[in-house]
Write a protein that binds this ligand. Structure first.
Ligand SMILES: *Cc1c(COP(=O)(O)O)cnc(C)c1O
Length: 219
């Protein structure tokens, strides 16, 4: 079942787009089923759940943290996390840098933009992102790498609205690329698209989709 689901999703995805299999709340045997079908990137949104799964599951899994991250919890995932998708403050970025340094590594991060109309979704405005990138504090951060942007569209049946929100994120990415990351090849990711909207996201330039329920079933 999981294997079939993965195959069906991959069939409608360009190979250049990365697939993050969102395994939050799902047991290890479900993750192993996806792993045995060749999937290596998994996304989790709770620190405790992620650290336990990282201990129990194969070492070559690339773990992405996709949820809202509290500064005080960065420490537990810093030794192994391969990408943090939802960075939304200079405070969090500074803490990630500190913990990355302690672990003698660089941690890749995406800046989360607020693109949805819903109040409840986290994320930064374009102005707030500029403030971060132009701050003195940011220049000091040698153990983080900003590898792109992330966003979540509004949960709605209105396909045009979702499309416009993804277009906005792609536009933010392009503006940041040309202003701040022109000579930085690591700035390359637009993380957008979930089970319900990933095909629209890919049409609008997504390079990384985060898919849970369409792979593992509903939560
Ligand atoms: C849960 C979650 C997903 C996956 O959602 P599905 O609708 O199950 O595909 C993607 N991104 C984030 C940030 C999530 O929290």
């Amino acid at each position: 079942m999981i294997k079939e689901n993965l195959k069906n999703i991959k069939a409608v995805m360009p190979s250049s787009v990365s697939l993050v299999a969102v395994s939050k709340t799902k047991p290890n045997d479900a993750i192993l089923e996806a792993y045995n079908a060749g999937q290596r990137i998994f996304g989790e949104n709770k620190v405790q759940e992620l650290t336990q799964k990282q201990l129990d599951l194969p070492e070559d899994i690339e773990w992405h943290f996709i949820g809202h991250l509290q500064s005080k919890k960065v420490k537990s995932i810093a030794p192994f996390v391969s990408l943090i998708h939802a960075v939304d403050s200079i405070k969090l970025l500074t803490e990630i840098n500190k913990q990355a340094l302690k672990n003698n590594r660089t941690i890749n991060c995406l800046l989360q933009f607020h693109i949805a109309t819903e109040q409840s979704k986290f994320g930064l405005t374009f102005e707030e992102v500029r403030e971060i990138l132009e701050s003195d504090a940011f220049v000091e951060l040698q153990n983080i790498s900003i590898t792109g942007v992330m966003g979540m569209a509004t949960f709605t049946e209105n396909e045009n609205q979702v499309r416009e929100e993804f277009q906005a994120l792609e536009n933010y990415f392009n503006v940041l690329k040309s202003h701040y990351f022109k000579f930085n090849d690591n700035f390359e990711h637009i993380s957008m698209g979930m089970s319900g909207d990933f095909q629209i996201a890919i049409e609008e330039g997504s390079t990384m989709v985060r898919i849970g329920s369409s792979i593992f079933g509903s939560r």
